[in-house]
Design a protein around this ligand. Structure first.
Ligand code: NDP
Length: 326
Protein backbone atom coordinates (compact mmCIF):
# COMPACT_ATOMS: atom_id res chain seq x y z
CA UNK A 1 0.00 0.00 0.00
CA UNK A 2 1.12 3.59 -0.58
CA UNK A 3 -0.17 7.15 -0.12
CA UNK A 4 -1.61 9.27 -2.92
CA UNK A 5 -3.52 12.53 -3.21
CA UNK A 6 -6.75 11.39 -4.82
CA UNK A 7 -9.18 13.87 -6.36
CA UNK A 8 -12.77 12.60 -6.51
CA UNK A 9 -15.89 14.08 -8.05
CA UNK A 10 -19.30 13.73 -6.40
CA UNK A 11 -22.69 13.32 -8.13
CA UNK A 12 -23.13 17.09 -8.25
CA UNK A 13 -19.80 17.51 -10.06
CA UNK A 14 -17.98 18.95 -7.03
CA UNK A 15 -14.36 17.81 -6.62
CA UNK A 16 -12.52 17.08 -3.36
CA UNK A 17 -8.90 16.08 -2.77
CA UNK A 18 -7.57 13.97 0.09
CA UNK A 19 -4.59 11.75 0.91
CA UNK A 20 -5.68 8.12 0.49
CA UNK A 21 -4.07 4.67 0.77
CA UNK A 22 -3.84 2.84 -2.56
CA UNK A 23 -2.45 -0.47 -3.80
CA UNK A 24 -0.12 -1.09 -6.75
CA UNK A 25 -2.83 -2.86 -8.74
CA UNK A 26 -4.87 0.37 -8.76
CA UNK A 27 -2.17 2.14 -10.79
CA UNK A 28 -2.83 2.59 -14.51
CA UNK A 29 -1.07 0.53 -17.17
CA UNK A 30 2.46 1.51 -18.16
CA UNK A 31 5.86 -0.07 -18.69
CA UNK A 32 7.77 1.57 -15.82
CA UNK A 33 6.78 1.72 -12.14
CA UNK A 34 8.54 4.50 -10.23
CA UNK A 35 8.93 4.98 -6.48
CA UNK A 36 8.28 8.71 -6.46
CA UNK A 37 10.48 10.77 -4.15
CA UNK A 38 9.54 14.38 -4.96
CA UNK A 39 6.94 16.28 -6.94
CA UNK A 40 6.11 19.97 -7.07
CA UNK A 41 3.30 22.50 -7.59
CA UNK A 42 2.71 24.16 -10.95
CA UNK A 43 -0.16 26.36 -12.10
CA UNK A 44 -1.70 23.37 -13.92
CA UNK A 45 -1.51 21.35 -10.70
CA UNK A 46 -3.60 24.03 -9.03
CA UNK A 47 -6.25 23.46 -11.70
CA UNK A 48 -6.07 19.65 -11.43
CA UNK A 49 -6.21 19.55 -7.60
CA UNK A 50 -9.31 21.75 -7.84
CA UNK A 51 -12.14 21.49 -10.36
CA UNK A 52 -9.80 20.36 -13.14
CA UNK A 53 -9.97 23.35 -15.45
CA UNK A 54 -10.94 21.03 -18.32
CA UNK A 55 -7.56 19.25 -18.06
CA UNK A 56 -8.58 16.13 -16.09
CA UNK A 57 -10.41 13.51 -18.16
CA UNK A 58 -11.53 10.94 -15.59
CA UNK A 59 -12.12 10.78 -11.84
CA UNK A 60 -10.92 9.62 -9.38
CA UNK A 61 -7.65 11.23 -10.39
CA UNK A 62 -4.08 11.49 -9.04
CA UNK A 63 -2.66 14.93 -10.05
CA UNK A 64 1.00 15.97 -10.14
CA UNK A 65 2.31 17.03 -13.57
CA UNK A 66 5.92 16.17 -12.71
CA UNK A 67 7.95 13.92 -10.43
CA UNK A 68 11.41 12.51 -9.78
CA UNK A 69 12.17 9.15 -8.21
CA UNK A 70 13.71 5.69 -8.57
CA UNK A 71 12.59 2.99 -11.01
CA UNK A 72 11.09 0.07 -9.11
CA UNK A 73 10.16 -2.20 -12.03
CA UNK A 74 10.53 -1.83 -15.79
CA UNK A 75 9.35 -3.76 -18.86
CA UNK A 76 11.37 -1.43 -21.09
CA UNK A 77 15.07 -2.09 -21.84
CA UNK A 78 15.95 1.61 -21.45
CA UNK A 79 15.26 1.51 -17.68
CA UNK A 80 16.04 -0.92 -14.87
CA UNK A 81 15.24 -1.05 -11.17
CA UNK A 82 17.34 1.49 -9.27
CA UNK A 83 17.61 4.06 -12.10
CA UNK A 84 16.89 7.66 -11.09
CA UNK A 85 14.38 9.34 -13.41
CA UNK A 86 12.51 12.61 -13.99
CA UNK A 87 9.16 13.15 -15.65
CA UNK A 88 7.61 16.37 -16.95
CA UNK A 89 4.86 16.85 -19.51
CA UNK A 90 3.03 14.33 -21.73
CA UNK A 91 -0.22 15.31 -19.94
CA UNK A 92 0.80 13.23 -16.93
CA UNK A 93 -1.12 14.53 -13.91
CA UNK A 94 -3.90 15.70 -16.27
CA UNK A 95 -5.01 12.92 -18.64
CA UNK A 96 -2.87 10.30 -16.83
CA UNK A 97 -2.26 9.75 -13.12
CA UNK A 98 0.69 11.78 -11.92
CA UNK A 99 3.28 12.40 -9.24
CA UNK A 100 1.20 13.15 -6.13
CA UNK A 101 1.69 9.58 -4.93
CA UNK A 102 4.46 7.40 -3.55
CA UNK A 103 4.23 5.24 -6.70
CA UNK A 104 3.54 6.09 -10.35
CA UNK A 105 3.26 3.90 -13.44
CA UNK A 106 4.03 5.55 -16.79
CA UNK A 107 5.33 4.99 -20.31
CA UNK A 108 9.11 4.71 -20.61
CA UNK A 109 8.94 7.26 -23.47
CA UNK A 110 7.86 9.94 -21.01
CA UNK A 111 10.86 9.55 -18.70
CA UNK A 112 14.27 11.18 -18.78
CA UNK A 113 17.26 9.84 -16.82
CA UNK A 114 18.08 12.11 -13.88
CA UNK A 115 20.75 14.48 -15.24
CA UNK A 116 24.25 14.18 -13.77
CA UNK A 117 24.80 16.82 -11.11
CA UNK A 118 21.20 16.92 -9.84
CA UNK A 119 19.51 14.82 -7.15
CA UNK A 120 15.78 14.03 -7.25
CA UNK A 121 14.93 16.85 -4.84
CA UNK A 122 16.82 19.41 -6.92
CA UNK A 123 15.18 18.08 -10.09
CA UNK A 124 11.77 18.86 -8.60
CA UNK A 125 12.95 22.20 -7.23
CA UNK A 126 13.44 22.87 -10.95
CA UNK A 127 10.30 20.96 -12.03
CA UNK A 128 8.19 21.78 -15.08
CA UNK A 129 8.42 25.51 -14.30
CA UNK A 130 12.22 25.53 -14.26
CA UNK A 131 12.50 23.14 -17.21
CA UNK A 132 10.26 25.51 -19.19
CA UNK A 133 12.32 28.50 -18.07
CA UNK A 134 15.40 26.76 -19.51
CA UNK A 135 13.57 25.99 -22.78
CA UNK A 136 12.74 29.70 -22.98
CA UNK A 137 16.34 30.76 -22.45
CA UNK A 138 17.49 28.25 -25.09
CA UNK A 139 14.93 29.60 -27.58
CA UNK A 140 16.06 33.18 -26.92
CA UNK A 141 19.70 32.15 -27.39
CA UNK A 142 18.89 30.37 -30.65
CA UNK A 143 17.44 33.65 -31.96
CA UNK A 144 20.11 35.84 -30.37
CA UNK A 145 19.81 37.76 -27.10
CA UNK A 146 20.60 41.45 -27.66
CA UNK A 147 22.71 43.62 -25.37
CA UNK A 148 20.79 45.35 -22.62
CA UNK A 149 18.39 44.08 -20.01
CA UNK A 150 16.41 40.87 -20.48
CA UNK A 151 12.90 41.19 -19.07
CA UNK A 152 11.29 38.39 -17.02
CA UNK A 153 7.56 38.77 -16.31
CA UNK A 154 5.85 37.03 -13.39
CA UNK A 155 9.35 37.09 -11.98
CA UNK A 156 8.60 35.90 -8.42
CA UNK A 157 6.68 32.85 -9.69
CA UNK A 158 8.22 29.47 -10.56
CA UNK A 159 9.07 30.03 -14.23
CA UNK A 160 10.14 33.61 -13.53
CA UNK A 161 12.40 32.77 -10.56
CA UNK A 162 14.32 30.09 -12.45
CA UNK A 163 14.55 32.20 -15.63
CA UNK A 164 15.92 35.10 -13.56
CA UNK A 165 18.60 32.93 -11.91
CA UNK A 166 19.70 31.30 -15.19
CA UNK A 167 19.84 34.53 -17.21
CA UNK A 168 21.81 36.30 -14.47
CA UNK A 169 24.23 33.36 -14.22
CA UNK A 170 24.76 33.56 -17.98
CA UNK A 171 25.85 37.19 -17.54
CA UNK A 172 22.71 38.99 -18.70
CA UNK A 173 21.32 42.03 -16.97
CA UNK A 174 17.89 40.92 -15.74
CA UNK A 175 14.84 43.11 -15.09
CA UNK A 176 12.05 41.33 -13.22
CA UNK A 177 8.40 42.39 -13.42
CA UNK A 178 6.50 41.66 -10.24
CA UNK A 179 3.16 42.59 -8.72
CA UNK A 180 4.59 41.83 -5.27
CA UNK A 181 7.03 44.63 -4.29
CA UNK A 182 7.92 42.66 -1.13
CA UNK A 183 9.72 40.11 -3.35
CA UNK A 184 12.30 42.69 -4.55
CA UNK A 185 15.08 41.45 -2.24
CA UNK A 186 14.33 37.84 -3.19
CA UNK A 187 14.53 38.68 -6.91
CA UNK A 188 17.77 40.60 -6.41
CA UNK A 189 19.22 37.60 -4.56
CA UNK A 190 18.46 35.51 -7.67
CA UNK A 191 20.36 38.01 -9.80
CA UNK A 192 17.79 40.59 -10.99
CA UNK A 193 19.40 44.00 -11.14
CA UNK A 194 16.19 45.89 -11.78
CA UNK A 195 12.62 45.48 -10.47
CA UNK A 196 9.74 46.70 -12.64
CA UNK A 197 6.36 47.18 -10.93
CA UNK A 198 3.53 45.25 -12.57
CA UNK A 199 1.37 48.41 -12.86
CA UNK A 200 4.09 50.08 -14.94
CA UNK A 201 3.75 47.58 -17.73
CA UNK A 202 0.30 46.05 -17.37
CA UNK A 203 -1.75 48.57 -19.35
CA UNK A 204 -3.26 47.95 -22.72
CA UNK A 205 -1.15 49.11 -25.66
CA UNK A 206 -1.60 52.83 -26.31
CA UNK A 207 1.25 53.25 -28.79
CA UNK A 208 2.30 50.20 -30.83
CA UNK A 209 5.99 51.15 -30.45
CA UNK A 210 7.71 52.55 -27.38
CA UNK A 211 11.41 53.01 -26.60
CA UNK A 212 13.60 49.99 -27.56
CA UNK A 213 14.35 48.72 -24.06
CA UNK A 214 14.58 44.93 -23.73
CA UNK A 215 17.20 42.67 -25.35
CA UNK A 216 14.99 39.62 -24.78
CA UNK A 217 12.04 38.56 -22.64
CA UNK A 218 10.76 35.45 -20.87
CA UNK A 219 7.04 36.09 -20.47
CA UNK A 220 5.02 34.00 -17.99
CA UNK A 221 2.10 36.43 -17.93
CA UNK A 222 0.69 36.92 -21.46
CA UNK A 223 -2.34 39.19 -21.94
CA UNK A 224 -1.99 42.97 -21.85
CA UNK A 225 1.54 42.73 -20.41
CA UNK A 226 2.86 40.69 -23.31
CA UNK A 227 1.18 43.06 -25.78
CA UNK A 228 2.88 46.02 -24.13
CA UNK A 229 6.28 44.30 -23.94
CA UNK A 230 6.26 43.57 -27.69
CA UNK A 231 6.33 47.32 -28.37
CA UNK A 232 9.27 47.80 -25.97
CA UNK A 233 11.60 45.20 -27.51
CA UNK A 234 14.86 46.19 -29.18
CA UNK A 235 15.18 45.81 -32.94
CA UNK A 236 15.35 42.07 -33.82
CA UNK A 237 14.91 40.94 -30.19
CA UNK A 238 12.77 37.97 -29.11
CA UNK A 239 10.10 37.23 -26.55
CA UNK A 240 9.61 33.65 -25.32
CA UNK A 241 5.87 33.30 -24.60
CA UNK A 242 5.55 30.73 -21.83
CA UNK A 243 2.46 31.46 -19.76
CA UNK A 244 -0.89 33.08 -19.27
CA UNK A 245 -0.89 34.00 -15.58
CA UNK A 246 -2.29 37.40 -16.59
CA UNK A 247 -4.61 36.23 -19.36
CA UNK A 248 -4.79 34.26 -22.59
CA UNK A 249 -5.66 37.23 -24.79
CA UNK A 250 -3.13 39.22 -26.78
CA UNK A 251 -4.44 42.75 -27.35
CA UNK A 252 -1.48 43.74 -29.55
CA UNK A 253 -0.72 45.16 -33.00
CA UNK A 254 1.57 43.53 -35.57
CA UNK A 255 3.66 46.74 -35.81
CA UNK A 256 6.56 45.47 -33.57
CA UNK A 257 6.94 42.43 -35.88
CA UNK A 258 6.85 44.52 -39.06
CA UNK A 259 8.89 47.58 -38.10
CA UNK A 260 11.28 46.11 -35.54
CA UNK A 261 11.59 42.48 -36.60
CA UNK A 262 10.56 41.39 -33.11
CA UNK A 263 10.18 37.60 -32.72
CA UNK A 264 7.45 35.99 -30.63
CA UNK A 265 8.62 32.46 -29.76
CA UNK A 266 6.10 29.93 -28.47
CA UNK A 267 7.39 27.64 -25.71
CA UNK A 268 5.73 24.29 -25.02
CA UNK A 269 7.19 21.96 -22.41
CA UNK A 270 4.59 19.18 -22.67
CA UNK A 271 5.39 17.63 -26.06
CA UNK A 272 9.13 18.52 -26.25
CA UNK A 273 11.12 15.91 -28.16
CA UNK A 274 13.40 13.69 -26.07
CA UNK A 275 16.70 15.10 -27.40
CA UNK A 276 15.72 18.64 -26.50
CA UNK A 277 14.61 17.49 -23.04
CA UNK A 278 18.06 16.01 -22.45
CA UNK A 279 19.69 19.20 -23.72
CA UNK A 280 17.54 21.36 -21.43
CA UNK A 281 18.22 19.23 -18.32
CA UNK A 282 21.97 19.25 -19.07
CA UNK A 283 21.89 23.03 -19.40
CA UNK A 284 19.97 23.28 -16.10
CA UNK A 285 22.61 21.20 -14.31
CA UNK A 286 25.30 23.48 -15.79
CA UNK A 287 23.77 26.96 -15.78
CA UNK A 288 21.42 27.11 -12.77
CA UNK A 289 23.37 27.84 -9.57
CA UNK A 290 22.21 25.36 -6.94
CA UNK A 291 22.46 27.86 -4.07
CA UNK A 292 20.01 30.14 -5.90
CA UNK A 293 17.73 27.18 -6.61
CA UNK A 294 17.76 26.34 -2.89
CA UNK A 295 16.78 29.93 -2.06
CA UNK A 296 13.59 29.47 -4.14
CA UNK A 297 12.45 26.28 -2.39
CA UNK A 298 9.60 25.90 0.03
CA UNK A 299 9.10 22.31 1.29
CA UNK A 300 5.66 20.64 1.41
CA UNK A 301 3.96 17.26 1.88
CA UNK A 302 1.02 15.56 0.15
CA UNK A 303 -1.43 16.90 2.75
CA UNK A 304 -0.35 20.53 2.05
CA UNK A 305 -1.35 20.25 -1.61
CA UNK A 306 -5.04 21.27 -1.56
CA UNK A 307 -4.13 24.64 0.06
CA UNK A 308 -1.05 25.13 -2.18
CA UNK A 309 -3.11 24.37 -5.29
CA UNK A 310 -5.51 27.18 -4.38
CA UNK A 311 -2.59 29.55 -3.61
CA UNK A 312 -0.86 29.06 -6.97
CA UNK A 313 -4.09 29.82 -8.84
CA UNK A 314 -4.22 33.15 -6.95
CA UNK A 315 -0.57 33.92 -7.90
CA UNK A 316 0.44 33.68 -4.23
CA UNK A 317 3.19 31.06 -4.41
CA UNK A 318 6.74 32.42 -4.39
CA UNK A 319 9.46 30.49 -6.18
CA UNK A 320 9.28 26.70 -6.16
CA UNK A 321 7.42 24.29 -3.88
CA UNK A 322 9.09 20.87 -3.43
CA UNK A 323 6.67 18.14 -2.33
CA UNK A 324 8.26 15.26 -0.40
CA UNK A 325 5.65 12.56 -1.08
CA UNK A 326 7.14 10.23 1.52
P1 NDP B 1 3.39 30.86 -10.77
O1 NDP B 1 2.03 31.08 -10.22
O2 NDP B 1 4.46 30.36 -9.87
O3 NDP B 1 3.93 32.25 -11.39
C1 NDP B 1 3.12 33.11 -12.14
C2 NDP B 1 3.48 34.55 -11.75
O4 NDP B 1 2.83 35.46 -12.64
C3 NDP B 1 2.99 34.93 -10.36
O5 NDP B 1 3.86 34.53 -9.34
C4 NDP B 1 2.95 36.44 -10.49
O6 NDP B 1 4.29 36.92 -10.37
C5 NDP B 1 2.53 36.65 -11.95
N1 NDP B 1 1.09 36.90 -12.08
C6 NDP B 1 0.07 36.18 -11.53
N2 NDP B 1 -1.11 36.70 -11.86
C7 NDP B 1 -0.84 37.79 -12.62
C8 NDP B 1 -1.66 38.77 -13.25
N3 NDP B 1 -2.99 38.73 -13.18
N4 NDP B 1 -1.06 39.76 -13.96
C9 NDP B 1 0.29 39.82 -14.04
N5 NDP B 1 1.12 38.92 -13.46
C10 NDP B 1 0.55 37.92 -12.76
O7 NDP B 1 3.24 29.93 -12.02
P2 NDP B 1 4.41 29.23 -12.89
O8 NDP B 1 5.63 30.07 -12.84
O9 NDP B 1 4.50 27.81 -12.52
O10 NDP B 1 3.77 29.32 -14.34
C11 NDP B 1 3.68 30.59 -14.99
C12 NDP B 1 2.84 30.45 -16.25
O11 NDP B 1 3.51 29.62 -17.18
C13 NDP B 1 1.46 29.81 -16.01
O12 NDP B 1 0.51 30.48 -16.83
C14 NDP B 1 1.67 28.38 -16.47
O13 NDP B 1 0.48 27.79 -16.89
C15 NDP B 1 2.64 28.58 -17.60
N6 NDP B 1 3.47 27.41 -17.90
C16 NDP B 1 3.58 27.03 -19.20
C17 NDP B 1 4.36 25.98 -19.56
C18 NDP B 1 4.53 25.65 -21.00
O14 NDP B 1 4.88 24.52 -21.33
N7 NDP B 1 4.32 26.61 -21.89
C19 NDP B 1 5.03 25.15 -18.54
C20 NDP B 1 4.95 25.67 -17.20
C21 NDP B 1 4.15 26.76 -16.91
P3 NDP B 1 4.63 38.24 -9.54
O15 NDP B 1 4.00 38.04 -8.19
O16 NDP B 1 6.11 38.29 -9.53
O17 NDP B 1 3.99 39.37 -10.30
Amino acid sequence: MFNALLVSKDDEGKTSAEVTQMSLDQLPEGDVTVAVEYSTVNYKDGLCIGPGGGLVRNYPHVPGIDFAGTVEASDDPRYKAGDKVVLTGWRVGEAHWGGYAQKARVKADWLVPLPAGLDTRQAMAVGTAGFTAMLSVMALEDHGIKDGPVLVTGAAGGVGSVATAILAQLGHEVAGVTGRPETADYLKSLGASRIVAREEINETVKRPLEGETWGGCVDAVGGAMLARVLGQMQYGASVAAVGLAGGAGLPATVIPFLLRGVNLLGIDSVMQPYDNRLRAWERIARDLPMDKLEAMVRPATLSDLPALGADILKGQVQGRVVVDVN
